[in-house]
Design a protein around this ligand. Sequence first.
Ligand code: ADP
Length: 474
Amino acid sequence: MLDASPVALLLLNNAGEIIYQNKHAEKLLLYSKEEVLGKELSFLFPKKFWGNYGSFFEKQLAQADWGLEGENKVFFAKKKNGNMFPVELGINSIQDQNENYMLLALHDVSDSKNASALFELVFESAPNAIILVEGTGKIVMVNKQAESLFAYQRKELLGKPMEILVPDRFKKHHPDLRREYHHKPATRPMGAGRDLFALRKDGAEFPIEIGLNYIARDSEQYVLASIIDISERKKTEQLFKDYTRKIEHKNQELEQFTYMASHDLREPLNSIIALLSLVTEDDSNQLSESVRYQFNLIEKSAYRMLELITGLVDYALLGNNEERKEVDLNMTMEHVLNDLNSAINKSKAEITIEELPSVKVYDIEMRLLFQNLISNAIKYRRPGVSPQIKISSQKNGAYYLFSVSDNGIGIAQEQQDKIFLLFQRLHQRKDIDGIGIGLAHCKKIVELHDGRLWIESEQGVGSTFYFSLPIEVE
Ligand code: ADP
């Protein structure tokens, strides 16, 4: 008899497993009896489409609540061929002495006759709270999300002026704003530039974002408002603002500290150097060779300290007080090669430069970047091998990707992260001169331009420094 029924039927046992499907269900879902027997309901009704009714099946299946029995609900079902379609479910419980069963009658509502059922499904399973308001401001429809967002039951909202959802301090103006909207209706976000708040039933206010849609039907006008609670986003924004303020403050402090430190540290150093030369240049002092040698060491150290302080201050001030401007990097390169002329000649370096783009950058910093990379490529050459240096660029998505490669001594993998840190060197000064600040400068410069700097290198073969710069800059 059941097989002859024109309605698709499924029977579930206590454990929520399908224990029977009739012929019509087989035709509708395209599964054979054997394929569905013992399967859970989610096999035919994927959980991700349970939407609002998420807990509904679970409650039903837990046998705890058969309250919705007999009510018709629309769900998405999945056929064997993967097609999804809306199904109106009639649910009935059947009890015998020891067991409860659930009988599901499935009506395919994918045809247009059942468009209203489909509309309800869409309206109810929308991720946002949705409220439909008449021209007079009366609420005529709300979905489940609106109920839970405002903590009202549906019946408490329907027919009420929508101002019950508006905090007192905005209530007075709200009808005017509503009328204004009806004069100039459009699909748009509400309250552009203003912070919007809503009122929950318990009197609590919360920040919201609203999208408005104007609907005219026959002689009636409606506004469909879709509402999102943005409390979490606002909290995060506030945290972000506080954090930014703190960082700005810390930055200012650091900048002041840098100025002070550079002045206060340089002064005594300059005095030491001046005093030293007074002593060493005065012949009447008759200094012994060894004392003269030690004075010379002190002087060298003092000069080196000056160099470090200058490097540190330069580092702190990179990108300050300057505007970005469109710069032809081919010109930048010309300047850099000019400045490095003597080092290039001395080392017999061969430098190949491909056509470079024009980019909106901090001009001086960009020069410093190329200068540091190229002078390092010359400085860290292999003994007896003249440097071959290649500079190129290419477009890579939203970025230009630049590379400066050399055939120098290279850097072992495990050392590669270290070299971008301030004052980190892999060499003794007696071998190769330097203070270990060049690459830290480079990193800061690239990051100042919202790019990234990294290295690929093989010891004894050579290194390639890559950096990216965004093509579009506001
Ligand atoms: P400095 O050259 O003053 O030591 P940098 O910050 O420019 O400071 O470089 C840090 C370290 O990275 C250098 O001491 C060197 O060991 C290594 N390095 C930098 N560029 C290269 C290169 N092109 N080839 C090999 N090693 C390099």
